[in-house]
Design a binder for this molecule. Sequence first.
Ligand code: DAK
Length: 259
Amino acid sequence: MNNTVLLEVKEGIGYITINRPEALNALSSQVLADLNHVLDQVATSEEIGVVIVTGAGEKSFVAGADIKEMDKMTPTQAFEYMTYANDTFTKLANLRQPSIAAINGYALGGGMELALSTDIRLGHEKILLGFPEVGLGIIPGFAGTQRMARLIGTSKAKELIFTARNVKAQEALELGIINHLVDVDSLMSEAEKLAKAILKNAPLAVEKAKHVINIGIDLPLSHAIRLETEAESLLFSTEDKIEGMGAFVEKRKAVFKRK
Ligand code: DAK
């Protein structure tokens, strides 16, 4: 670990901060290795129910892959770097805990792709998002072509990727890239509000819902519905289901245990 990615845990929330502000949090191999390590810690943590991912400093979420490092890569090194990055981003996308990106500035290239690997994205008025890759002679290579197309549709994703133009906050909201556009000063408190709204619910149910959506989206509808049915029936065996329904009947607040 080199402290290029920080993890802080407070009241059930795991705060992951990409911490390389001197390079606008660009994703070097060190950052990817540290992020991978932090995600392993999150995955096995009993304390963390929701993750918030953000960038250190005032200006940038993540300004992309580290261009200075990439510049010197051979095709073999590029393949290894991209495979490792994709494994890491997929680890984030498939975390059992829901994840929120608090986008606090530039989210370009790999930064956009990092945000797309979270479940829910918030941004403030000054964010700038985009895929500059084709202007550098490459394409988005950390699943951006795939995740963006699935999120906003192929045609809109193609326009963004082919033109390499940057998108400001309002357009990002209209395209559905961010779920909410908030004031600069309230970005983190809004992300926390959302995290707390999730934390109130039965954790195993939230985790199963995430799993079923993530896996189901790549399946034929009939198989995806079957997956949902099986997940639902499994939840009927949990203590939290008994607690949730019991609390409703008894008109009290449910206390969930992730059991
Ligand atoms: N990489 C390395 N350093 C970066 C960086 C980046 N992506 N972005 C910024 N920096 C560094 C700058 O070099 C500068 O460092 P010093 O010169 O002070 O040492 C410092 O951060 C501050 O940046 P600026 O001085 O440029 O700040 P400005 O406010 O003037 O401009 C900016 C901010 C975000 C508009 C500008 O920094 C910029 O255009 N940055 C590059 C954005 C970008 O093109 N990002 C890369 C996207 S492409 C792969 C698969 C996929 C990918 C790569 C490889 N493989 C198959 C191997 C994905 C690629 C991408 O992400």
